[in-house]
Design a protein around this ligand. Structure first.
Ligand SMILES: [Zn+2]
Ligand SMILES: [Zn+2]
Length: 448
């Protein structure tokens, strides 16, 4: 496991090499082995084998959970030392972070960095995590766990003393204890980071991309909803009372037109049910009833001025309808009221929109609302480059005349998810890469 580290340290202590510029132990951001390359797809870079296998497995599992759970990439770098003439811990982390590109979509990456010989511990956050892992939180996490690292360093110094005294057995014991300290410190820091990022609130923000609103803000969603409701219903009230037919419009000559217009306006309020389902449904039925009452408004005869009565909807009454009107009634595209003068028996037929009015077009030949849909032919399919078109054919149920209506099929929007074929396997031996995230230098670091 950490045999290599132990034996090297032992040798280094003996040879006084510890703080020399030995290449294999003094790193630059470019010489740290990338745990994601052509053959590796891990999270931890520990080129000097300072962490043992168990600690690495523990940290590895945390990293995987963060990636799978909230799409955060956490890199863990543990090295013996770095070139202190060229870097401090911040610069080193900043350069390494962006060199690897830790963090996928939204720069959600974090780097945990330990340099043993220089006593540097640092949490370096990507631009997308500065909200959830602000510098103060990173600092707190480090403060909470720093003592393990300090202990590790103390054991390392003891190992150095024992080595000077030539006590190899105690030297090795001390080195083992030192490694335990470093493992514990790094593991606990990784664990605390994952705890911070896996709370319900953090997960909502990371996965859904929105922050839960603090409770004490001045306006909640409900407040806005009620304000919107107030505006919409005020507007609706004004609109509907303006659309209401006036007394003189309800004369027989103009009544059908006025009532049809009004019921179109009623119909046009229905989409608001998306926002206010219950109130709009109630309002809709109220207005429909109101529309029905308008049809019953009393009427007087044109010729003699006497009162007219509305004939009951019996087959008897249908004798006053034309053949086209009978067909329209049968299809449901129109409905009719027949008014008859009580005195001179003159009749007046009023034509209203029927329940199935929207299913029929006006026939171009006979003029009846009797032209029904027959077939739909797509002439040219829409592509991602251009829109297509189709032709709908209608046939008159009264006179048999056909008519065609051309319509446009909108261009197909290219969906962003369709092109994501490049997902990599997470199998142990296959390669990997970081998501290309960037850091603007967030995080916190400390000497231990
Ligand atoms: Zn009359
Ligand atoms: Zn026709």
């Amino acid at each position: 496991m950490k045999k290599r580290f132990l034996s090297f340290i032992a040798f280094a202590l003996f040879a006084g090499l510890l703080f020399s510029q030995e290449q294999q132990w003094i790193f630059t951001p470019q010489t740290v082995a990338n745990p994601k390359d052509a053959t590796h797809n891990g999270w931890i870079s520990d080129p000097n084998d300072i962490l043992d296998r168990n600690a690495e497995a523990f940290i590895d599992s945390i990293c995987w959970v963060l990636k799978k759970g909230v799409d955060v990439e956490m890199a863990v770098v543990v090295i013996w030392s770095f070139d202190e003439e060229r870097y401090d811990a911040f610069d080193f982390c900043q350069e390494l972070f962006n060199y690897w590109g830790i963090g996928s979509a939204g720069n959600k990456g974090v780097l945990v960095f330990l340099s043993v010989a220089t006593s540097d511990i640092r949490i370096h956050t990507g631009a997308g995590l500065e909200g959830l892992l602000p510098d103060a939180v990173c600092y707190q996490i480090i403060s909470d766990n720093k003592r393990h690292l300090s202990e590790g360093k103390e054991f390392l110094n003891k190992a150095y003393e024992y080595k000077q005294q030539g006590n190899d057995s105690l030297t090795n014991d001390m080195l083992y204890q030192a490694c335990m300290g470093f493992e514990l410190g790094v593991s606990m820091i990784c664990y605390d980071i994952s705890e911070t990022l896996m709370t319900d609130e953090a997960r909502q923000e990371l996965i859904l991309g929105w922050k839960p609103k603090p409770i004490d803000t001045s306006f909640s969603w409900w407040d806005w909803y009620f304000i919107l409701a107030f505006i919409v219903f005020t507007w609706l009230g004004v609109k509907m009372s303006k659309a209401e037919p006036k007394q003189e419009e309800l004369l027989l000559e103009t009544r059908a037109k006025a009532v049809n217009n009004y019921s179109d306006k009623v119909q046009s309020t229905l989409w608001l049910a998306v926002l206010f389902p219950l109130p709009i449904v109630f309002l809709y039925f109220f207005l429909r009833k109101h529309t029905g009452e308008m049809r019953l408004h009393p009427a007087n005869c044109n010729s003699c001025g006497k009162k007219m009565t509305l004939l009951p909807q019996t087959s008897d009454r249908d004798q006053y309808l034309t053949d086209i009107q009978k067909k329209e009634k049968e299809l449901g595209s129109r409905s009719f009221d027949v008014w008859q003068c009580e005195d001179c028996k003159q009749t007046h037929v009023l034509s209203y929109k029927g329940k199935k009015n929207s299913s029929y077009l006006e026939c171009t030949k006979c003029g009846g609302a009797t032209s029904g849909f027959v077939s739909n032919t797509i002439m040219e399919k829409a592509t991602t480059y251009r829109s297509g078109y189709g032709i709908k054919t209608y046939c008159c149920a009264f006179c048999g005349a056909t008519q065609t209506v051309k319509y446009i099929i909108p261009k197909i929007e290219e969906s962003s998810s369709s092109g994501s074929g490049g997902r990599r396997s997470s199998g142990g031996s296959s390669g990997g890469s970081w998501g290309g995230g960037r850091s603007y230098g967030g995080g916190a670091g400390s000497k231990f």
